[in-house]
Design a protein around this ligand. Structure first.
Ligand SMILES: [Zn+2]
Length: 205
């Protein structure tokens, strides 16, 4: 039997430390002394196969990341509920003043599959939170039953929801914040990018 993953992760931290603390200590010192100044807010799925830093080769300090089930952005709803994703968006836009927001969807998403299955069969997940969380993408199932098509529509839906945040809309309209919809085709290793002018996803690398 191989080593448990947590043991390999501890060893992984040692090699991370060797790279950043021993080979590039000035970079770490800058990040500590100057604080973080990421240019990008990236909203990704919690799925273990779609780690944004691994997929994009980003370095510490470059991306402010929110991960949740199915990379969903809720609509702007300032109330007494616990809005983790909205709080992160607010901090990234209003305080860190990121220049770009990327919503990164992906192929084979379990959250989107559950959403489509619910729409097809009426079966409600036997869970306390996932059903109501996924319901914010409910309008996307009209593009089903193709899960991957629904998944890409969900990225568009999240981009639309981002524009319901007044501080996002204001900066987008002023031209100093850009929204991006990306979709990772896991099977072929293709990053699709949403072209809003053509209202379609186009194949990148
Ligand atoms: Zn997912």
């Amino acid at each position: 039997m191989g080593k448990p993953t947590v043991d390999r992760m501890l060893a992984g931290f040692k090699s991370f430390k060797a790279i950043y603390y021993e080979q590039r200590p000035e970079r770490v010192k800058d990040l500590v002394d100057m604080g973080q100044k990421p240019e990008v807010l990236l909203i990704a799925c919690s799925d273990s196969r779609v780690d944004p830093a691994i997929l994009t080769n980003a370095e510490p300090g470059e991306m402010f990341v929110v991960r949740n089930v199915a990379n969903l952005v809720p609509p702007y709803e300032p109330d007494e509920n616990y809005h983790g994703t909205s709080a992160a968006i607010e901090f990234a836009v209003c305080d860190l003043k990121v220049r770009d927001i990327v919503v990164l969807g992906h192929e084979c998403c379990g959250g989107i599959s559950a959403l489509v299955e619910h729409a097809e069969t009426g079966k409600v997940p036997d869970r306390d939170f996932i059903g109501s969380w996924m319901s914010m993408a409910r309008s996307c199932v009209e593009h089903g039953p193709d899960v991957e098509k629904v998944s890409r529509h969900s990225v568009r839906n999240s981009l639309n929801n981002l524009m319901t945040f007044p501080f996002v809309r204001e900066r987008v309209e002023a031209g100093d914040l850009t929204l991006h919809g990306w979709w990772y085709g896991m099977k072929e290793g293709i990053l699709w990018r949403f072209n809003s002018a053509k209202d379609t996803f186009e194949q990148g690398e």
